[in-house]
Ligand binder design. Structure first.
Ligand SMILES: [Zn+2]
Length: 187
């Protein structure tokens, strides 16, 4: 049996425009990642906008739980990749990190090349808001593996895409979530 280290950010590799983008949560008990550098951005205050309000409203409606207060910021690709695939772990896969939730600072970092006008970009915010909710409700302490948290986040992200008519993307993300939710390689 393969005994893989649980990873938060696992991606299928095709089609590139969806699954080469991974969305993650940091600082789970399994992740030896210090989230502190996430603060060292210096990019000013938190983003605001109708698109953020829309994503929050969707998550609240979909899950029946209000989305917690978080700070949404943009971050450069190198920074996101560095947070999610630290050199020390040697696990960079050529995947682009679309978004990450940093529980320690309650920040959602979105890749700065995402266009918030697009449903796909907003869906990553939806995904990370689900992670924020999971931490607010301490669901991360009860999850049987990191993938279980990812499965819920991908599921809600897929629902969002479906409501926007992006059925193919929704399907792929749902499959991705199902794979991760299996907890097959947890101890
Ligand atoms: Zn995730």
């Amino acid at each position: 049996m393969r005994k893989a280290r649980p990873r938060q950010c696992q991606g299928l590799h095709k089609p590139a425009h969806v699954t080469a983008m991974v969305a993650c949560v940091l600082a789970l008990p399994w992740a030896a990642i210090d989230p502190a550098p996430a603060r060292a951005d210096g990019s000013g205050g938190c983003l605001e906008g109708d698109w953020i309000a829309e994503a929050r409203a969707f998550v609240a409606e979909e899950t029946g739980i209000p989305a917690p207060e978080v700070c949404v910021r943009l971050a450069g690709k190198e920074r996101l990749d560095g947070l999610v695939f630290p050199v020390a772990l040697g696990e960079s896969h050529g995947e682009a990190v679309a978004a990450v939730y940093v529980p320690a600072t309650r920040e959602i970092l979105l890749a700065d090349d995402l266009d918030p006008g697009t449903p796909l970009a907003r869906s990553y915010l939806v995904h990370e808001l689900v992670h924020a909710q999971q931490f607010a409700s301490r669901a991360h302490e009860r999850a049987s593996c990191p993938g279980a948290l990812e499965a819920a986040a991908y599921d809600t992200q897929a629902s969002y895409l479906r409501t926007k008519g992006l059925r193919e993307e929704a399907f792929l993300l749902q499959v991705l979530g199902m794979f991760q939710g299996a907890c097959g390689d947890s101890d």
